[in-house]
Structure formats: C-alpha cells, structure tokens
Ligand binder design. Structure first.
Ligand SMILES: [Zn+2]
Length: 828
C-alpha cells in the first residue's frame, strides 16, 4: 500500500461535502451544471466539491483529490469507493428519525446537545426552536457561540455568503502557502483548523434528517474513516458497499483510547513552598503531555490529524485501522518506559483499542466507547505490567541514593542530583529539582501567552530505549521523548524557527489574525482557558488573592463538573450515537469548558476591577479554580447559568460545584481534596419527589460553607431579592451597607446555628424522615424566639422573612441561614 494514499484519502474525505457549503452560499464554482455534469456527479454539491478542489487545493494533490472529493456519490476507482464507504459509515444515519417534530430553519444547525435525552429529560419542541447555532465563524463571544432562534431565509443567505467569503480568503492563502513546496500532513492540519473555524455550525445535512451534525465533524470523521480504510482491498470495499452495512459484522476500524492517570496527585501534591506559577505550570504540562502522547500514537500508526477524534482532560481518542491493534502493545511499552524514567510511576497512560464493525457505526458507538473505558480500567489495574522485570524494579527504587537532604526538592520532596538552591524575595532559601523548576518556568511563560507552538520532531523506528538510570528531566525532555516540542509566548517574533513541521496556534481570538500558513507551519485557533491573576509583572500569590476578598480574608477553592457526563455519552444519544455525532458531542462540551469558561472568568475580573480568579485547570467537562472567595462563588454561579443558555436550556445537562474557603497558607492538596468532597456532596444532593413519593438524587447543586443547595434555591445571580440564597445574601449586604445594624445578620445566623443543632440532634435520633424518607419539619422553642426577634427588627423585608419562615414551618431556615452566613462573612 502506498503511504501517500492514507493522507490523500483523508484530504478527499475532508473535502467530499465542501460543495454543500458552496451550494448554500450560492457559489457556482467553475463548472456548468448540465446534463454531462449530472451524469458524472449525480449531485450538484458533488460537482461543486470537485470544482472546489481544482480552484483551491494546491496543484500537487489536485489530481487525486478531485476524484476523491467529487465522486463519492458515483465512485469509479478503488480510492473513490473508499471515500464513499467512509462517508456512509461516518454519517451512519438511521432510516426513521425524528421523535419530535423538528422546527423548520434556514439551513441552520441545531446544537448537538439538543439531541441528548436522559431519563426522559430532553428539549421539547418549543425549546428546540431556540436551539439553532449562529451561522458565524467560531469565536468566543456570545453572539457567535450560543444557540438561539433561526434566521430568516434572507439573513441566512447573507450569513452563508459572509462565511464563504471569509473562508475563501483563508483557503486561498493556504493554497498559495503550499503552492510550490507542499507538505500534505501540515496542509491537512491547517485545512482541518480552517474547517473547524468556519464549518463548526454549518449543518452537514438538514433535509429529511436531524440537522445536528456540523459539516466540520462529518468531514473530519469521513476523512478519519477513509484513512483507516486505506489498506482495504478493492473487493472488500465493493462487497461492503453492496452489503447492508447496518447488519454487517465486518471489522472496519479500531477505536483507540489513551487515559492518563495520576493527574490529581501530580498537580496538587506539592508543598506550599511551590509558587502559584508551579501549580499552573504542572497542570498545563499535563495537557501538553496528553497531546504529545496522542500525537505520538497517531504518528507511530502513520495516521493523519483527522484521525484524532478528541483530546483533552487527560484523555484522547483516535480512529485507527482494524489491524493496528497489534501495534498498540509495543507503543504502550514505549510510552510506559518514557513515563517511568521521568515520573517514576507517578503518571501512567493506559492505551487500549476496541474493534469497530460496520454495524457499530449505525447507533452502537456509545456502547463501544463504554467497552473502551472498561478495557482501560483493566490495563490501569495492572499498570506497567507490560514492562520487563528489570525495568519494573525501577518502580520501587528510591530516586537518587536516598538520604541526601541537600538534593531533596522542597516542592515535590524528591531527590535529584541537580537540585539547586534558589533565593526567594524574602531572602529565604528554597531547593528545587530540575523538573519542578521547568514546570514553574512553563507557568511563568503561560501567564501572558497568546500563542502556542508545537513542533513535531522526527520520529525514528529505532529510537533509543530510555535509560532508567538517568534522573528525570524537565517537561521539555519528556515531550521531546514523544517527539514534540512546545513553546508558549506572547509575541509572534518569539515563534520558534524550525525546519521541522510546526503547529502554531492562537490561544486568544485576537491573536488569530496574525497567523499566516507556511509550507512547514500549520496555523489555527486553540481554545485554552488561561486566566492568571497578576499584580504588576508577577503572578498574584495566594496571600494576595485572599487579601483581595471582601470581608473575611480567605481563598476560595472551586471544583465543578458536568453531572452524569459518562451517562450523557453512553446513553444520551440513544441509537443516534453515530461517529460524527459522538465527535460533535465531545467538541460541544469541551468548547464550553476550554473556551467559554475563560470569557466568564475574564468578565468577572473586569467586574471586580482587579484579577481575582486563577484557572488551575479547565477542560473536558470540568474545572478547578482558585481565587478571592467572594468572587469564586459568583464565578461558579455564572458558569452554571451560562451552561443552561449554551445547552438551549436542556434539563438533563447540568453541573454541580463544590466551594471551600481556606486560609492562604492552607496546603493546596488538602484544599483540592476538600473541594472535591464538597463537589461530591453537591452531586449527592437529594430532593423529595412528589410523583414517586421518594427521595431522588437530583445533583445540579452547589456545596458552599458546608451546606448543599440545589442551584434553583441557591440562585444564579448576585441580585438582591428574597427568593434565593444569593439574592437574600445580596439583600442583607445591601442593608448593612445602607446602615442597618450588623446584629440583624448575627440574629439570623444564630437562628441558623440553632436550626443546624436541632437538625443534627434529630438525625442522631433517626427521626429526620418519615417512613418513606420524606424530610420532616423541625420544631423547637428557638423557632418562636427567632420569629419574634426578626419581627422586632422593624425592617419591612426582615419582617417579611420572618413571616415566610413562620409559614413554612421554618423549612426555609436552611437556605436563609446560609444566606445570612454568607452575608456575615462578607461584612465582617
Ligand atoms: Zn521537585
């Protein structure tokens, strides 16, 4: 098999439906749609795809790509038939479709989140009407990113026209960059990034089907499948095309997944002598490491970038050839050796593959995804078992010779021969090992960065086996072992000059305009939440963040993630779990946590008038932030609020948060752990269900100041009012600010403490629930005392509060007390 075919097939797959984009933008191309063309191409969009290739693809790849892109409805050659098969498998459409009547829209895409259904919770017809994505290029602003109502036909025409004109300008620049001196893998990466930018919300189909798959996702998955099918003999391809794919058990591809473990411990288990920049550097390094390993596997298997389905949050998924399974064991060994040398068993990647049959592509992909997770779990349980005995001994070998205190790093506690002393600002001495120094430098480089450059070093089949006797290296050495070099920087003049292919990514919207494609340089946008609080030229310390909080000087630590994410992926799409749709779902969820969350944090910093938030990590479906506690909790509210808008109000896509307050000297590992416990408590939130007369786990809650409240009670905005925790807290603070006595809050707070004590007593007696588990009201003399105390305040709002408490048997005390406690901490 010719190696070039794999990459050319990917190119054909990427562009096979590009004619649809032209068609909708009323772009006529350079061919005539006449009788001959109809006989040749069958569909007008196929002719336009062909026309697109001859206009916009560099000469070197035109000849082959033309047939591949244009003839997928009427293939004449072996490779053309592969693209047709890939197209069918990627789309994997069912015959019967809508379970609800879909609203008509002007060639627009529904967010794929609107197709999710969990426990019967889904978007109704009314909500679907507001679930259309804007027809705009991808950028992080509300009007480009959030779903809404559909456009009028005329507006949609204009939107398509604008998108096409912008796309055309960029695709021409890309063609010219590769005109004489083309590099196909580099071109493919730039092209895919361009398609992400312009086609992320252009539906791949909208006629007689659910228009929830973008042309971007459908094209890249068709490309991935075409590349994976490259080695199929023609008879096999023809037989598959002639067969009923929906029932075929023939293995056509391999779903490969990598799962990085040890992440939490690696990031948080550092002493407080580690600077705040070290923390961010460590977290970012793990993102880079995931990417380096994903690309390493891809390159070892000689697959194009299109075959990387998703990477982020310590995970990656690739689409490989059915017979690539044999190679995974060797690749796993290489990865493990490198990680063992540099991380001594702290980090591990479990690499697994699950075969995909043709019928899997017609709705059972989520089942295969779940099997992949199981396979990874099995590998993790016997981590490093793939190494030989001699190598394994290194797992138990102490680093260095042990007992040499001068060489022990103050940050990670490990011994390293090159540990050096550093003098800190306060003149104290701190010892740091080379790896810890490197993470800190990375964190510092990141704080003002606008670009990320990834350079792809050559890979040889006979790369030397890592020498486990060598001491661990900094992040550069580890990434280099996976044939990747990474650099973050602020000004384009600092971009690395290299003869090797480089992927140059703008990590801010505004920086994208500066990037121009080159023969050895793929360019595009990368979403990366990068919010670092600064004071002058330095990263703000935890002390300063705590000091900047209103009221009590504490740090807020927030962990938050999407509820039921595993089930959303495994069950949410039901039998609509096709490859393109699964890829689209990963993209949609990560776009929120890797992209929009940064905008929220920056908006809050602006509202605060100073930097109060620090992103330690945000990606995949979860985030970890540290900051001034008063802003951290409001940030959590905003993340939850915007998530609903992002999902068009989907009732099953929710998120829970855990917030803890700690002193700035508190060990971060412990704070991270406690925030994790708080998040877990929020996820265990139960409410009484009148329909079933049972307590049900509802999630969608926040744990704050040791109490869990559902978001509906907690509130999503800091606006004075009497209906939510946040509203009441804001109201109380406002009263105090306007001269009301602080005793007001103290009285409420005391009442709350009495309520909590009574609740605890009753729980100990086991009398807190009825036989069915329904929570019972609390009674006690403190209630009446509290009632009169509040009534005596002679403040209208507070008297109203007292009456509200009285009327619901003091059940509201739980949330009202929390509001009082919140207000008390703010006004202390
Ligand atoms: Zn160290």
């Amino acid at each position: 098999m010719h190696e070039a075919d794999t990459f050319e097939l990917a190119l054909g797959g990427l562009l096979h439906d590009i004619g649809k984009f032209m068609l909708r933008a009323h772009e006529s191309g350079i061919m005539l749609w006449n009788g001959d063309a109809q006989a040749d191409f069958k569909y007008k969009h196929a002719m336009l795809s062909d026309s697109f290739v001859s206009q916009f693809v560099p000469k070197a790849w035109q000849a082959k790509a033309r047939g591949l892109a244009g003839n997928h409805h009427d293939p004449e050659t072996h490779l053309q038939r592969i693209v047709q098969l890939a197209d069918w498998l990627a789309a994997g459409e069912r015959d019967d479709d809508p379970d609800v009547e879909l609203p008509k829209a002007s060639r627009q895409q529904l967010t794929v989140l609107s197709s999710v259904s969990l426990d019967g919770r889904r978007l109704d017809e009314e909500a679907l009407r507001r679930a259309f994505l804007p027809l705009k290029s991808l950028s992080l602003n509300e009007s480009s990113l959030f779903p809404g109502e559909s456009l009028s036909t005329a507006d949609a025409d204009r939107a398509y026209r604008t998108l096409w004109e912008d796309f055309r300008r960029d695709i021409e620049a890309l063609r010219d960059a590769h005109a004489s001196d083309g590099d196909l893998p580099v071109y493919l990466e730039s092209l895919q990034l361009l398609m992400q930018r312009y086609l992320w919300s252009v539906p791949s189909a909208y006629w007689g089907t659910r228009p929830d798959i973008s042309l971007y996702d459908h094209s890249r998955m068709t490309a991935a499948l075409a590349a994976a099918l490259a080695e199929f003999e023609d008879e096999r391809v023809e037989a598959l095309l002639a067969s009923d794919l929906k029932t075929s058990n023939e293995e056509v591809a391999l779903l490969v997944g990598g799962d990085l473990s040890g992440v939490q411990e690696f990031i948080y288990t550092i002493t407080s002598r580690g600077a705040t920049s070290a923390l961010r550097g460590r977290s970012f390094y793990l993102q880079l490491l995931t990417e380096a390993i994903a690309r390493y596997v891809l390159r070892r298997l000689n697959l194009p970038i299109t075959n990387l389905i998703y990477q982020g949050g310590g995970n990656f998924y690739l689409l490989a050839r059915a017979d690539d399974a044999d190679q995974l064991q060797t690749i796993q060994q290489n990865i493990s050796r490198i990680l063992l040398q540099h991380h001594r068993g702290d980090l591990y990647v479990a690499l697994a593959g699950v075969p995909l049959t043709a019928r899997d592509f017609f709705g059972s992909l989520s089942t295969r995804w779940a099997e992949l997770a199981d396979a990874q779990q099995r590998i993790k349980r016997r981590r490093f078992a793939e190494l030989n005995k001699g190598e394994l001994e290194w797992l138990f070998e102490p680093m260095g010779h042990g007992g040499n205190e001068d060489k022990q790093c103050h940050v990670c506690g490990r011994e390293h021969p090159d540990t050096r002393e550093e003098r800190r600002e306060d003149d104290s001495i701190v010892r740091k090992c080379p790896p810890c120094r490197s993470y800190e430098a990375l964190g510092k480089d990141l704080r003002k960065a606008r670009f990320l450059a990834l350079t792809w070093l050559p890979m040889t089949d006979d790369a030397p086996t890592p020498d486990l006797k060598e001491p661990p290296g900094g992040y550069e050495e580890v990434l280099a072992a996976f044939a990747m070099k990474a650099k973050v920087f602020r000004n384009l003049t600092d971009a690395p000059l290299s003869d090797h292919p480089t992927t140059l990514l703008a990590i801010k919207d505004e920086a994208l305009a500066y990037l121009k494609p080159e023969p050895k340089r793929a360019v595009g946008r990368r979403f990366l939440v990068n919010v670092t609080p600064q004071k002058g030229d330095a990263i703000k310390t935890f002390e300063e963040l705590a000091e900047d909080a209103r009221g009590v000087k504490r740090l807020g630590v927030l962990r938050m993630d999407v509820d039921n994410l595993g089930r959303l992926f495994a069950e949410g799409l039901g039998d609509r779990s096709t490859l393109s749709r699964m890829a689209g779902l990963s993209f949609a969820v990560s776009l929120y946590f890797e992209g929009w969350v940064e905008q929220i944090a920056e908006t809050m910093n602006r509202e605060a008038g100073k930097d109060v938030l620090y992103s330690i990590y945000s990606g995949g479906d979860d985030l970890f932030f540290v900051g001034s506690w008063d802003w951290i909790v409001r940030f959590a509210q905003r993340v939850r609020k915007d998530l609903s808008e992002y999902t068009a109000g989907h009732p099953a896509i929710t998120a829970s948060a855990g917030v803890v307050l700690v002193g700035s000297k508190y060990p971060l590992a412990q704070a991270a752990h406690e925030a994790g416990e708080a998040e877990h408590a929020a996820k265990s939130y139960q409410r009484w269900d009148e329909d079933t007369k049972r307590m049900v786990t509802a999630k969608d809650a926040i744990s704050f100041l040791g109490q869990v409240q559902p978001w509906t009670t907690f509130g999503l905005a800091w606006t004075p009012g009497m209906d939510t925790v946040a509203g009441l807290a804001a109201l109380l603070v406002e009263m105090i600010d306007h001269g009301a006595p602080k005793s007001l809050i103290r009285n409420l707070s005391r009442l709350y403490a009495q309520y909590k004590a009574a609740e605890r007593r009753r729980r100990e007696l086991g009398e807190d629930e009825t036989l069915h588990g329904k929570p019972q009201p609390l009674w006690g003399p403190w209630m009446w005392r509290g009632y009169y105390l509040l009534k005596r305040s002679k403040i209208a709002d507070i008297e109203k509060l007292a009456d509200a408490l009285h009327d619901d048997d003091f059940r509201s005390m739980a949330w009202m007390g929390l509001a009082a406690r919140w207000a008390e901490l703010l006004t202390r």
